[in-house]
Write a protein that binds this ligand. Structure first.
Ligand SMILES: Nc1ncnc2c1ncn2[C@@H]1O[C@H](COP(=O)(O)OP(=O)(O)OP(=O)(O)O)[C@@H](O)[C@H]1O
Length: 252
């Protein structure tokens, strides 16, 4: 069974069809990248899955159940998390405080219906905070104000914050945008490591083809809201429509 699938997923903005009748299937433990030219509908697709946007038509299923009617925080509780760009970090708080807030938010959902067990949960928040920082290699910097972290480490913290809810599916929208080559390498290594260690499934939107071809088991190509092809990196690389649509005919 697929972990996530969409059927006829469509989003219109006025007369513009940003996501057009998209059927996707993402399997457990896969790394899938969505690529396509500017305006192809990649971010809109991710925002539909996190329920930040309402679809015009179609259905989204996670672990076999429709999530199309859920609120965004219920989607997180169901096991889907998105690594937001710097917006999710509180710059005046320390790295540890940032991770703790994410851990608290994650635990809050779990103890919503069980207030008597708050006390026990606090030690779980401690554990989760520590594990979150450890998983992204930031335990050593836990006392630093988040604002003082180098850019690449800020992005690691965001990935950590997304991991605090212990998701099954991690969505990432251009995780290496604005990074130096060294930071990009470190982030790609981090993505691969957390995927292995935490048994994650990853759905990635990315422009950097080196990253896409390195980390993806499968690539989905969008153009004008429609899936024009999908397959392994090798299959997609040679596809004439991809070269035409995505690269304007330039060889990859
Ligand atoms: N909130 C919105 N209101 C109106 N139009 C929108 C909105 N969000 C996106 N669009 C339009 O929908 C289309 C798809 O946009 P989207 O941001 O999903 O593309 P993208 O593939 O992520 O592009 P990029 O690679 O440039 O980030 C574009 O034409 C965009 O202008």
């Amino acid at each position: 069974m697929s972990l996530l699938d969409t059927e006829g997923l469509t989003k219109e903005f006025g007369g513009l069809v940003a996501v057009d009748d998209v059927d996707l299937e993402i399997h457990e433990n896969e790394s899938v990248s969505v690529i396509g030219p500017n305006g192809a509908g990649k971010s809109t697709l991710i925002n539909l899955i996190t329920r930040m946007l309402d679809p015009t038509a179609g259905d989204i299923r996670f672990k076999g159940e429709s999530i199309t009617g859920l609120e965004p925080h219920d989607v997180v509780q169901s096991g889907i998390s998105k690594s937001f760009q710097t917006a999710s970090i509180f710059p005046d708080l320390t790295v540890e405080e940032n991770a703790r807030i994410a851990a608290l938010a994650a635990e809050h959902g779990a103890f919503r219906f069980n207030f008597l067990r708050h006390q026990r949960r606090y030690s779980e928040v401690d554990k989760l905070t520590r594990r979150t920082l450890d998983s992204v290699g930031l335990l050593g910097q836990r006392e630093a104000p988040a604002a003082d972290l180098p850019y690449g480490d800020k992005r690691r913290l965001e990935i950590g914050i997304a991991l605090a809810s212990e998701p099954d599916l991690l969505l990432m929208d251009e995780p290496t945008a604005g990074m130096s080559p060294e930071e990009t390498h470190a982030t790609v290594d981090l993505i691969e490591r957390v995927k292995e260690e935490l048994g994650l499934t990853i759905l990635l939107v990315e422009h950097d083809m080196e990253i896409v071809f390195n980390v993806s088991d499968r690539i989905i190509v969008l153009n004008r809201g429609r899936v024009i092809t999908q397959g392994t990196p090798d299959e997609v690389q040679g596809h004439p429509e991809v070269q035409e649509a995505y690269l304007g005919g330039v060889e990859l």
